[in-house]
Design a protein around this ligand. Structure first.
Ligand SMILES: C[S@@+](CC[C@H](N)C(=O)[O-])C[C@H]1O[C@@H](n2cnc3c(N)ncnc32)[C@H](O)[C@@H]1O
Length: 273
């Protein structure tokens, strides 16, 4: 498995910790299994950017946003872009007709199938794993796997954009818009540009670089980044704001218009046509 794919075990380890709290805000019963020792080692190694509360908040925000998109927009094809060790296929109460696609690198998909055989993991919807390089050609493999471009899609891009460069991030955003029928929804997260050079997270950023996973893409204008690619933001929020706190975020929330602040954005967008 490529180094970047091990970061999927890192985020799974954070989901395991949240799931094991008595006051958990979601339950991922497979998180500890898919994280393995690697995931917990990385949780130790990549300290300094409030990872555990951030992953808890991000997971819950996206769980709720996806359920809303599927129920209210009727976008019942769900694509988890860079799914990693995401177990939403088995975790969320999907309506019967949901078809879910998981895109990630071939080695990650193979490893996930080995760690989670069907005896251990039962998806609650039709699920298709699609091995791709998201910095290359991924649209045709997704269509070949059964994505119907005449029907709306709920796209989830969680924990990926910072690993891409700017051109790759923009191409991905445009590519998703190009495959999206009206009614489609995009849900995901960005970091700000200051997060890429945050002196208070320098050990964290250095460790990621050293492991071959440097953070590369950030934006201070998430609304513009989305709309330039054909997406109309319906919500852009930050951990700690009213719609993205869930009792987990104890750090101050910087005002939305303050520049040069290390921060993360969580967003929901719809197709701009
Ligand atoms: C931090 S993990 C996030 C996984 C999952 N979405 C989550 O939030 O737990 C990053 C994921 O991006 C995938 N990834 C990174 N670059 C990729 C690329 N060029 N093509 C396919 N997948 C990629 C990795 O394999 C890994 O699963």
């Amino acid at each position: 498995m490529e180094a970047v794919s091990r970061t999927a075990q890192w985020t799974a380890a954070a989901r395991a910790l949240e799931s094991e709290r008595p006051d958990r805000i979601f339950d991922d019963p497979w998180a500890r299994t898919v994280a393995g020792d690697v995931g917990f080692d990385l949780l130790e190694r990549y300290q300094g950017a409030a990872v555990a509360p951030f992953i808890a908040v991000r997971t819950k925000y996206i769980d709720d946003a996806v359920m809303r998109a599927v129920a209210e927009s009727g976008a019942r094809q769900v694509v988890l872009v860079a799914a990693g060790m995401d177990t939403r296929a088995g975790r969320l109460p999907w309506p019967d007709d949901v078809v879910l696609f998981e895109l990630d690198r071939p080695a990650l998909i193979e490893a996930k199938d080995e760690i989670l055989p069907e005896t251990v993991y039962r998806p609650r919807c039709a699920r298709h794993a699609v091995p791709v390089d998201l910095a290359g050609e991924w649209a045709q493999p997704l269509r070949d796997a059964g994505l119907d471009v005449t029907r709306p899609v709920t796209w989830v891009v969680e924990g990926l954009f910072f690993f891409l460069d700017q051109a790759e991030a923009h191409a991905l955003l445009r590519g998703m818009a190009g495959l999206s029928a009206p009614g489609s929804v995009l849900i995901g997260d960005f970091v700000s540009r200051a997060s890429l050079v945050n002196p208070f997270a320098s050990a964290f950023l250095h460790a990621l670089r050293e492991d071959g996973n440097p953070w590369r893409f950030g934006t201070d204008k998430p609304a513009e980044t989305l709309s330039e690619a054909g997406w109309r933001p319906s919500e852009i929020t930050q951990p700690g704001e009213e719609t993205a706190s869930f009792g987990r975020w104890e750090l101050p929330v910087p005002p939305a218009d303050r520049p040069h602040v290390p921060r993360s954005f969580l967003f929901t967008a719809t197709l701009d046509r």
